[in-house]
Design a protein around this ligand. Structure first.
Ligand code: GCO
Ligand code: MG
Length: 402
C-alpha cells in the first residue's frame, strides 16, 4: 500500500490548526495533527518543503521504518518543529494501518487496558468564590478530576484563567500580549485557593494545579511542601524543565506528586526525570513528541520507574491529537489521566469525531482508525489567522517564563 498524496491543511475555526492528510493507492486516508501553538507555519513549511516529497511512493505500512527514516535521515534531531512534523506523519500512518486492519486504533495498540480514559477538567476564576463555582460545575457534570487555577490579587492576568469559565485560550490574534507575574504574590495566595476548594468539596475528587514553569526549584519545593495537606493528584510544571536536575531539589523536600513534559519533544528530554524517579507523571503529547511510535517508547521507559502518563490535551492540540491520545491512553498500561478541554463547537464541526465524554471519562469510538475526519470544505472557510502565546514579565519589567 503506497502513499500517493501528502497534503497539509491549515485552518482556523476558532484557533489555528495544522493537519497532515495522507492518501494511499488503495484509497485509504490518514490524519495527523501538526499544530505547534504560535509557530504553526514553521511545521507546515517543514512538512511541505522537506517531508511530503519523501513520502510519495513509500509503503504506508512501514511505520517504524518511516519514523526512523525521518528522524535519523534529517541528521538534525529533535526539537518541537521536527518532532511535530514526524508526529503528524506517524499519527496519519497509524490511522491508515488501523483502517486497513478494519479496527479502531486502540485494538492495534494492544486493546483496552481499562474501560475509559479518566480526564481532568479546567476550573478557573477571578476569585475563590468563582473558582469554587467552577469546581462545583465540573463535579456536577461527573468529572472525577479537576484542575484549579485562580487569578492572583494585584496581578492583571494569570495563567489558566479564562474569560469564559469553560474555555481557556491563551493564544491571542496579532502580536503577543504581555502579562505580569510575581512569584511572591502567587506563592502567598495559591495555597489559600486550593485549601478553600478542599474545605468546600472535600477530598473525594482529584485536584490538580499547574504552576506553568514559573518558580525556581527552591520556591517550588516550598510550595509543594505547603500543598501536601490538600493532597494534589499532581502539581504541574513547578519549574522549567530544561534543567532536569532542578526537579531533584523539589523532590527532596516534598511528597506532592509532580507532573511535567508538555513542552518535551523526545525521550531524551525526560530520560533523567524518569530514571531518577524525579517525577510521577509525564505530560508528553502525541503531536509534540514524535507521534504514537515515540510516545509508546516514553511510556515503556516510564513504566519501569512507576511514572504514569498524563498527556497534554489543551485546545491547541487538535481533535486528531485528542483522538490519538484516547486510543493510546486506553491501551497503555501505565496510564494516569488525560487532560481534557473540550474544543469549540466549530472546531468539532471541522473535525467530526467518534470519541465521546461520559461520567468523567473519554471513550474512543469503534470506527476503524482514529475515528476523526476533517471537513476540508468547511476548513477552507476559516483560513490561518496569526496568533501568539503571551509573554510574561515580572513586576519590574524583566521577561519571565510564561
Ligand atoms: C496545559 C498547558 C496549556 C499550555 C498551552 C500552550 O496544561 O494545558 O499548560 O495551557 O499553556 O497548551 O500552547
Ligand atoms: Mg500545563
Amino acid at each position: 500500500m503506497k502513499i500517493v498524496d501528502a497534503k497539509v491543511i491549515v485552518c482556523s475555526p476558532d484557533r489555528n490548526f495544522a493537519t497532515l492528510k495522507l492518501t494511499t493507492d488503495s484509497g485509504l486516508t490518514g490524519l495527523g495533527d501538526a499544530t505547534l501553538n504560535g509557530r504553526e507555519l514553521a511545521v507546515v513549511a517543514y512538512l511541505q518543503e522537506h517531508v511530503c516529497p519523501l513520502l510519495i511512493g513509500r509503503d504506508a505500512h512501514r511505520i517504524e521504518d518511516t519514523w526512523q527514516y525521518l528522524y535519523k535521515g534529517a541528521y538534525w534531531r529533535r526539537g518541537p518543529v521536527t518532532m511535530s512534523a514526524i508526529a503528524a506523519v506517524d499519527t496519519a500512518l497509524w490511522d491508515i494501518k488501523a483502517k486497513s486492519a478494519d479496527m479502531p486504533l486502540y485494538q492495534l495498540l494492544g486493546g483496552r487496558s481499562r474501560e475509559g480514559v479518566m480526564v481532568y477538567g479546567h476550573a478557573s476564576g477571578n476569585d475563590i468564590p468563582q473558582v469554587s463555582d467552577a469546581v462545583g460545575a465540573y463535579l456536577g457534570e461527573g468529572y472525577l478530576a479537576v484542575r484549579v487555577q485562580c487569578a492572583i490579587p494585584g496581578l492583571g492576568s494569570a495563567y489558566g484563567v479564562g474569560k469564559d469559565a469553560k474555555f481557556y485560550e491563551p493564544a491571542g490574534r496579532g502580536l503577543p500580549l504581555e502579562s505580569e507575574w510575581s512569584s511572591e504574590r502567587y506563592l502567598r495566595f495559591i495555597p489559600e485557593v486550593l485549601g478553600a476548594v478542599r474545605s468546600k468539596f472535600g477530598f473525594d475528587f482529584h485536584m490538580l494545579h499547574d504552576v506553568h514553569h514559573r518558580l525556581t526549584p527552591i520556591e517550588a519545593a516550598h510550595l509543594a511542601k505547603r500543598l501536601e495537606e490538600v493532597e494534589l493528584f499532581w502539581l504541574e510544571d513547578p519549574v522549567v524543565a530544561e534543567l532536569q536536575e532542578g526537579f531533584r531539589l523539589v523532590r527532596q523536600h516534598t511528597t506532592t506528586p509532580i507532573a511535567t513534559g508538555e513542552v518535551f519533544n523526545s525521550i531524551w528530554d525526560c530520560q533523567q526525570l524518569i530514571q531518577e524517579q524525579l517525577i510521577d507523571f509525564i505530560r508528553a503529547s502525541v503531536v509534540h513528541t514524535g507521534g504514537i511510535t515515540h510516545l509508546r517508547r516514553i511510556a515503556q521507559l516510564a513504566e519501569l520507574y512507576h511514572v504514569r502518563m498524563g498527556c497534554h490535551g489543551a485546545t491547541d492540540l487538535s481533535p486528531v491529537c485528542l483522538a490519538a491520545a484516547i486510543h493510546f491512553g486506553i491501551s497503555v498500561h501505565n496510564f494516569g489521566i488525560q487532560e481534557y478541554m473540550p474544543h469549540s463547537e466549530l472546531t468539532d464541526e471541522v473535525f467530526p469525531h467518534t470519541y465521546r465524554f461520559a461520567g468523567g471519562h473519554l471513550y474512543p469510538g469503534e470506527d476503524p482508525g482514529l475515528g476523526v475526519d476533517l471537513d476540508e470544505d468547511l476548513a477552507d472557510r476559516y483560513p490561518y489567522d496569526p496568533a501568539y502565546l503571551p509573554i510574561s514579565r515580572k513586576l519590574d519589567g524583566t521577561v519571565h517564563n510564561w
